[in-house]
Design a protein around this ligand. Structure first.
Ligand code: UFG
Length: 335
Protein backbone atom coordinates (compact mmCIF):
# COMPACT_ATOMS: atom_id res chain seq x y z
CA UNK A 1 0.00 0.00 0.00
CA UNK A 2 1.28 3.47 -0.90
CA UNK A 3 0.10 6.57 0.96
CA UNK A 4 0.67 10.19 -0.05
CA UNK A 5 1.47 12.58 2.80
CA UNK A 6 0.98 16.21 1.83
CA UNK A 7 3.11 18.32 4.17
CA UNK A 8 4.88 15.11 5.16
CA UNK A 9 8.18 16.84 6.02
CA UNK A 10 6.57 18.83 8.85
CA UNK A 11 6.31 18.03 12.55
CA UNK A 12 3.31 15.71 12.57
CA UNK A 13 3.80 14.53 8.96
CA UNK A 14 7.36 13.31 9.51
CA UNK A 15 6.42 11.35 12.65
CA UNK A 16 3.45 9.84 10.81
CA UNK A 17 5.73 8.83 7.91
CA UNK A 18 7.88 6.90 10.41
CA UNK A 19 4.92 5.07 11.98
CA UNK A 20 3.45 4.15 8.56
CA UNK A 21 6.82 2.91 7.28
CA UNK A 22 7.30 0.91 10.51
CA UNK A 23 4.07 -0.89 9.50
CA UNK A 24 5.50 -1.70 6.04
CA UNK A 25 3.41 0.98 4.27
CA UNK A 26 5.12 2.85 1.41
CA UNK A 27 5.16 6.62 1.84
CA UNK A 28 5.23 9.33 -0.83
CA UNK A 29 5.70 12.88 0.46
CA UNK A 30 4.67 16.11 -1.28
CA UNK A 31 5.95 19.21 0.52
CA UNK A 32 7.12 22.62 -0.70
CA UNK A 33 9.31 23.06 2.42
CA UNK A 34 7.70 26.45 3.11
CA UNK A 35 7.72 25.70 6.85
CA UNK A 36 9.92 22.62 7.14
CA UNK A 37 13.42 21.40 6.26
CA UNK A 38 14.40 18.54 3.96
CA UNK A 39 16.76 17.22 6.68
CA UNK A 40 13.66 15.61 8.25
CA UNK A 41 13.66 13.17 5.31
CA UNK A 42 17.18 12.06 6.32
CA UNK A 43 15.85 11.61 9.86
CA UNK A 44 12.97 9.44 8.61
CA UNK A 45 15.45 7.34 6.62
CA UNK A 46 17.79 6.95 9.59
CA UNK A 47 14.95 5.82 11.86
CA UNK A 48 13.20 3.45 9.44
CA UNK A 49 16.09 2.32 7.20
CA UNK A 50 14.08 3.39 4.14
CA UNK A 51 13.80 6.69 2.32
CA UNK A 52 10.31 7.92 1.45
CA UNK A 53 9.72 9.08 -2.12
CA UNK A 54 9.83 12.90 -2.01
CA UNK A 55 8.27 15.46 -4.36
CA UNK A 56 9.36 19.03 -3.45
CA UNK A 57 6.15 20.52 -4.86
CA UNK A 58 3.36 22.85 -3.83
CA UNK A 59 0.20 20.76 -3.51
CA UNK A 60 -1.81 23.76 -4.75
CA UNK A 61 -0.11 23.39 -8.17
CA UNK A 62 -2.53 21.19 -10.15
CA UNK A 63 -0.06 20.19 -12.87
CA UNK A 64 2.74 19.12 -10.56
CA UNK A 65 0.29 17.27 -8.31
CA UNK A 66 -1.23 15.52 -11.33
CA UNK A 67 2.27 14.40 -12.42
CA UNK A 68 2.76 12.87 -8.97
CA UNK A 69 -0.50 10.93 -9.17
CA UNK A 70 0.41 9.76 -12.72
CA UNK A 71 3.86 8.57 -11.63
CA UNK A 72 2.95 6.97 -8.29
CA UNK A 73 0.25 4.46 -7.51
CA UNK A 74 -1.46 6.21 -4.56
CA UNK A 75 -3.96 4.23 -2.45
CA UNK A 76 -4.83 6.98 0.02
CA UNK A 77 -3.82 10.45 1.20
CA UNK A 78 -3.08 12.01 4.58
CA UNK A 79 -3.43 15.76 4.15
CA UNK A 80 -1.20 17.75 6.51
CA UNK A 81 -0.15 20.59 4.19
CA UNK A 82 -1.30 24.00 5.37
CA UNK A 83 -0.35 27.10 7.31
CA UNK A 84 -0.80 26.58 11.04
CA UNK A 85 -0.03 29.68 13.08
CA UNK A 86 -3.04 31.10 14.91
CA UNK A 87 -1.51 34.58 15.41
CA UNK A 88 -0.21 34.85 11.84
CA UNK A 89 -3.64 33.89 10.52
CA UNK A 90 -5.18 36.85 12.34
CA UNK A 91 -2.64 39.19 10.72
CA UNK A 92 -2.79 37.58 7.25
CA UNK A 93 -6.25 36.08 6.81
CA UNK A 94 -6.28 36.13 3.00
CA UNK A 95 -2.98 34.24 2.86
CA UNK A 96 -4.44 31.58 5.18
CA UNK A 97 -7.74 31.19 3.33
CA UNK A 98 -6.00 31.16 -0.07
CA UNK A 99 -3.31 28.67 0.88
CA UNK A 100 -5.23 26.22 3.06
CA UNK A 101 -8.34 26.11 0.86
CA UNK A 102 -6.51 26.12 -2.52
CA UNK A 103 -4.23 23.31 -1.41
CA UNK A 104 -7.17 21.22 -0.29
CA UNK A 105 -9.36 21.87 -3.35
CA UNK A 106 -6.53 21.04 -5.76
CA UNK A 107 -5.78 17.88 -3.83
CA UNK A 108 -9.45 16.79 -3.82
CA UNK A 109 -9.88 17.47 -7.55
CA UNK A 110 -6.73 15.52 -8.35
CA UNK A 111 -7.79 12.62 -6.12
CA UNK A 112 -11.18 12.60 -7.86
CA UNK A 113 -9.53 12.53 -11.30
CA UNK A 114 -7.32 9.59 -10.26
CA UNK A 115 -10.13 7.80 -8.40
CA UNK A 116 -8.36 7.83 -5.03
CA UNK A 117 -11.09 7.37 -2.44
CA UNK A 118 -9.37 7.48 0.96
CA UNK A 119 -8.42 10.67 2.80
CA UNK A 120 -7.32 11.44 6.35
CA UNK A 121 -7.45 15.14 7.19
CA UNK A 122 -5.42 17.05 9.81
CA UNK A 123 -8.05 19.01 11.61
CA UNK A 124 -7.76 20.68 14.98
CA UNK A 125 -9.40 21.08 18.36
CA UNK A 126 -9.41 24.76 17.47
CA UNK A 127 -12.83 24.12 15.86
CA UNK A 128 -14.17 23.66 19.41
CA UNK A 129 -12.56 26.74 20.88
CA UNK A 130 -15.74 28.72 21.48
CA UNK A 131 -17.63 25.78 23.00
CA UNK A 132 -18.19 25.88 26.72
CA UNK A 133 -18.39 22.25 27.81
CA UNK A 134 -15.23 20.24 28.41
CA UNK A 135 -14.20 17.58 27.67
CA UNK A 136 -15.03 18.18 24.02
CA UNK A 137 -16.75 15.28 22.31
CA UNK A 138 -16.96 14.97 18.54
CA UNK A 139 -20.60 16.06 18.85
CA UNK A 140 -19.75 19.33 20.65
CA UNK A 141 -21.26 22.03 18.45
CA UNK A 142 -18.64 24.54 17.35
CA UNK A 143 -19.97 28.02 18.05
CA UNK A 144 -17.55 29.74 15.71
CA UNK A 145 -13.75 29.78 15.57
CA UNK A 146 -11.71 32.54 17.14
CA UNK A 147 -9.25 32.96 14.24
CA UNK A 148 -8.90 32.46 10.44
CA UNK A 149 -6.65 29.40 10.87
CA UNK A 150 -9.43 27.69 12.82
CA UNK A 151 -11.99 28.71 10.22
CA UNK A 152 -9.91 27.10 7.44
CA UNK A 153 -10.02 23.80 9.36
CA UNK A 154 -13.74 24.21 9.96
CA UNK A 155 -14.42 25.02 6.29
CA UNK A 156 -12.32 22.13 5.01
CA UNK A 157 -14.21 19.75 7.33
CA UNK A 158 -17.45 21.01 5.74
CA UNK A 159 -16.10 20.61 2.20
CA UNK A 160 -15.15 17.01 3.00
CA UNK A 161 -18.55 16.24 4.52
CA UNK A 162 -20.26 17.63 1.39
CA UNK A 163 -17.96 15.60 -0.85
CA UNK A 164 -18.82 12.39 0.99
CA UNK A 165 -22.53 13.07 0.41
CA UNK A 166 -21.82 13.35 -3.33
CA UNK A 167 -19.77 10.15 -3.56
CA UNK A 168 -20.74 7.16 -1.44
CA UNK A 169 -17.45 5.37 -2.20
CA UNK A 170 -15.34 7.97 -0.42
CA UNK A 171 -13.80 7.25 2.95
CA UNK A 172 -12.78 10.38 4.85
CA UNK A 173 -11.52 10.65 8.42
CA UNK A 174 -11.26 14.04 10.13
CA UNK A 175 -8.74 14.00 12.98
CA UNK A 176 -9.05 16.82 15.50
CA UNK A 177 -5.67 17.19 17.17
CA UNK A 178 -5.32 18.68 20.62
CA UNK A 179 -1.84 20.00 21.58
CA UNK A 180 0.93 17.96 19.92
CA UNK A 181 4.32 18.13 21.69
CA UNK A 182 7.40 15.92 22.15
CA UNK A 183 9.57 14.41 19.44
CA UNK A 184 10.75 11.02 18.24
CA UNK A 185 12.80 9.31 21.00
CA UNK A 186 15.76 9.01 18.58
CA UNK A 187 16.16 12.81 18.62
CA UNK A 188 16.33 12.65 14.80
CA UNK A 189 13.03 14.40 13.99
CA UNK A 190 10.99 17.00 15.86
CA UNK A 191 9.36 20.39 15.65
CA UNK A 192 11.26 23.27 14.03
CA UNK A 193 9.39 26.49 14.72
CA UNK A 194 10.64 29.44 12.69
CA UNK A 195 11.48 32.52 14.75
CA UNK A 196 10.27 32.90 18.33
CA UNK A 197 7.91 29.99 19.10
CA UNK A 198 4.23 30.70 19.67
CA UNK A 199 3.49 27.40 21.36
CA UNK A 200 4.25 26.55 24.96
CA UNK A 201 6.58 23.52 24.70
CA UNK A 202 9.01 24.87 22.07
CA UNK A 203 9.10 28.13 24.03
CA UNK A 204 10.01 26.24 27.22
CA UNK A 205 12.77 24.24 25.46
CA UNK A 206 14.28 27.47 24.14
CA UNK A 207 14.22 28.98 27.63
CA UNK A 208 15.84 25.79 28.96
CA UNK A 209 18.66 26.11 26.43
CA UNK A 210 19.19 29.83 27.17
CA UNK A 211 18.04 31.06 23.73
CA UNK A 212 15.15 32.90 25.42
CA UNK A 213 15.51 34.45 28.90
CA UNK A 214 12.20 33.40 30.47
CA UNK A 215 8.73 32.06 29.82
CA UNK A 216 5.75 34.42 29.86
CA UNK A 217 2.78 32.62 31.38
CA UNK A 218 -0.25 34.11 29.65
CA UNK A 219 -2.70 34.73 32.48
CA UNK A 220 -3.02 33.34 36.01
CA UNK A 221 -6.61 34.44 36.57
CA UNK A 222 -8.47 31.76 34.60
CA UNK A 223 -11.09 29.70 36.45
CA UNK A 224 -8.68 26.75 36.83
CA UNK A 225 -7.02 25.34 40.01
CA UNK A 226 -3.81 27.37 39.60
CA UNK A 227 -5.29 30.11 37.41
CA UNK A 228 -3.32 29.17 34.26
CA UNK A 229 -4.76 27.74 31.04
CA UNK A 230 -5.38 24.00 30.78
CA UNK A 231 -4.68 22.01 27.58
CA UNK A 232 -4.57 18.41 26.42
CA UNK A 233 -0.91 17.82 25.47
CA UNK A 234 -0.36 14.73 23.34
CA UNK A 235 2.95 13.13 22.37
CA UNK A 236 3.49 13.44 18.62
CA UNK A 237 4.37 9.73 18.33
CA UNK A 238 1.00 8.80 19.88
CA UNK A 239 -0.64 11.23 17.48
CA UNK A 240 1.21 9.67 14.52
CA UNK A 241 0.00 6.21 15.58
CA UNK A 242 -3.53 7.63 15.58
CA UNK A 243 -3.12 8.22 11.83
CA UNK A 244 -2.14 4.59 11.26
CA UNK A 245 -5.28 3.51 13.15
CA UNK A 246 -7.40 6.00 11.16
CA UNK A 247 -6.06 4.64 7.89
CA UNK A 248 -6.92 1.07 8.89
CA UNK A 249 -10.42 2.26 9.82
CA UNK A 250 -10.82 4.15 6.51
CA UNK A 251 -9.93 0.96 4.63
CA UNK A 252 -12.94 -0.79 6.18
CA UNK A 253 -15.54 2.02 6.03
CA UNK A 254 -17.11 4.55 3.72
CA UNK A 255 -18.39 8.03 4.55
CA UNK A 256 -17.02 10.80 6.75
CA UNK A 257 -16.10 10.27 10.42
CA UNK A 258 -14.51 12.61 12.92
CA UNK A 259 -12.26 11.66 15.84
CA UNK A 260 -10.57 13.58 18.63
CA UNK A 261 -6.89 12.76 19.05
CA UNK A 262 -5.93 13.79 22.55
CA UNK A 263 -5.10 12.10 25.85
CA UNK A 264 -8.28 13.14 27.67
CA UNK A 265 -6.13 14.71 30.42
CA UNK A 266 -5.70 18.43 30.94
CA UNK A 267 -2.56 20.07 32.34
CA UNK A 268 -2.10 23.72 33.25
CA UNK A 269 0.79 25.86 32.01
CA UNK A 270 2.40 25.63 35.45
CA UNK A 271 1.90 21.82 35.51
CA UNK A 272 3.87 21.65 32.25
CA UNK A 273 6.62 23.92 33.59
CA UNK A 274 6.99 21.75 36.71
CA UNK A 275 6.88 18.49 34.73
CA UNK A 276 9.57 19.81 32.39
CA UNK A 277 11.78 20.88 35.30
CA UNK A 278 11.40 17.50 37.03
CA UNK A 279 11.82 15.34 33.94
CA UNK A 280 14.98 17.14 32.85
CA UNK A 281 16.39 18.29 36.18
CA UNK A 282 16.63 21.97 35.37
CA UNK A 283 14.73 25.13 36.15
CA UNK A 284 12.57 27.29 33.88
CA UNK A 285 12.40 30.95 34.87
CA UNK A 286 8.96 32.43 34.21
CA UNK A 287 6.81 35.45 34.93
CA UNK A 288 3.07 35.94 34.83
CA UNK A 289 1.97 38.03 31.84
CA UNK A 290 -1.46 39.23 30.67
CA UNK A 291 -3.84 36.77 29.01
CA UNK A 292 -3.19 36.14 25.29
CA UNK A 293 -6.03 37.30 23.03
CA UNK A 294 -8.15 34.41 21.74
CA UNK A 295 -7.07 31.87 24.41
CA UNK A 296 -9.69 29.89 26.29
CA UNK A 297 -9.36 28.65 29.87
CA UNK A 298 -9.69 24.91 29.43
CA UNK A 299 -9.47 22.58 26.43
CA UNK A 300 -9.24 18.80 26.59
CA UNK A 301 -10.65 15.87 24.69
CA UNK A 302 -13.17 13.19 25.32
CA UNK A 303 -11.29 10.29 23.69
CA UNK A 304 -13.90 7.53 24.01
CA UNK A 305 -14.82 7.46 20.33
CA UNK A 306 -11.21 7.03 19.12
CA UNK A 307 -10.66 4.31 21.73
CA UNK A 308 -13.87 2.42 20.89
CA UNK A 309 -13.88 2.79 17.10
CA UNK A 310 -10.21 3.15 16.12
CA UNK A 311 -8.87 0.99 18.94
CA UNK A 312 -6.31 3.75 19.58
CA UNK A 313 -5.31 5.40 22.83
CA UNK A 314 -2.48 7.80 23.65
CA UNK A 315 0.08 6.08 25.89
CA UNK A 316 2.94 8.46 26.58
CA UNK A 317 3.11 10.52 29.77
CA UNK A 318 3.71 14.24 30.20
CA UNK A 319 7.19 13.36 31.55
CA UNK A 320 8.02 11.54 28.29
CA UNK A 321 6.73 14.51 26.28
CA UNK A 322 9.05 16.80 28.28
CA UNK A 323 12.09 14.49 28.02
CA UNK A 324 11.70 13.95 24.27
CA UNK A 325 11.11 17.66 23.58
CA UNK A 326 14.29 18.53 25.46
CA UNK A 327 16.36 15.79 23.77
CA UNK A 328 15.27 17.14 20.38
CA UNK A 329 16.11 20.75 21.33
CA UNK A 330 19.62 19.69 22.46
CA UNK A 331 20.18 17.72 19.25
CA UNK A 332 19.37 20.87 17.27
CA UNK A 333 22.01 22.83 19.12
CA UNK A 334 24.70 20.25 18.32
CA UNK A 335 24.09 20.70 14.58
N1 UFG B 1 1.21 29.74 26.75
C1 UFG B 1 1.92 30.55 27.64
N2 UFG B 1 3.08 31.10 27.20
C2 UFG B 1 3.57 30.91 25.94
C3 UFG B 1 2.84 30.09 25.06
C4 UFG B 1 1.66 29.54 25.50
O1 UFG B 1 1.52 30.76 28.78
O2 UFG B 1 4.63 31.47 25.60
C5 UFG B 1 -0.03 29.11 27.23
C6 UFG B 1 -1.27 29.51 26.45
O3 UFG B 1 -1.84 30.68 26.98
C7 UFG B 1 -2.15 28.27 26.61
C8 UFG B 1 -1.13 27.11 26.67
O4 UFG B 1 0.11 27.72 27.03
O5 UFG B 1 -2.83 28.31 27.84
C9 UFG B 1 -0.96 26.40 25.33
O6 UFG B 1 -0.69 27.35 24.32
P1 UFG B 1 -0.14 26.91 22.88
O7 UFG B 1 0.13 28.17 22.11
O8 UFG B 1 0.98 25.93 23.02
O9 UFG B 1 -1.36 26.09 22.25
P2 UFG B 1 -2.88 26.53 21.99
O10 UFG B 1 -3.73 25.68 22.88
O11 UFG B 1 -3.06 27.98 22.05
O12 UFG B 1 -3.06 26.13 20.45
C10 UFG B 1 -2.71 24.84 19.99
C11 UFG B 1 -2.19 24.94 18.57
C12 UFG B 1 -3.29 25.36 17.65
C13 UFG B 1 -4.48 24.48 17.81
C14 UFG B 1 -4.92 24.39 19.25
C15 UFG B 1 -5.99 23.37 19.39
O13 UFG B 1 -1.16 25.90 18.49
O14 UFG B 1 -2.82 25.22 16.31
O15 UFG B 1 -3.82 24.00 20.06
O16 UFG B 1 -6.47 23.32 20.69
F1 UFG B 1 -5.49 24.94 17.07
Amino acid sequence: MSILLTGGVGFIGSHTAVELMNQGIDVVIADNLSNSEASAIDGIEQITGRRPVFYPIDVADPELLDDLFCEQSIDGVIHFAGYKSVGESVAKPLQYYRNNLDTTLTLLETMQKHKVKTLIFSSSATVYSACEQVPFTEESQPLGCSNPYGWTKYMIEQILKDLCVSDADLSVVLLRYFNPVGAHASGLIGEKPSGIPNNLMPYITQVASGILPKLHVFGDDYPTPDGTGIRDYIHVVDLAKGHVAALAYADRHQGCEVFNLGTGKGYSVLDVVRAFEQANDLSIPYEIAPRRAGDIAVCYANTQKAEAVLGWKAEKSLAEMCRDSWRWQKSQERE
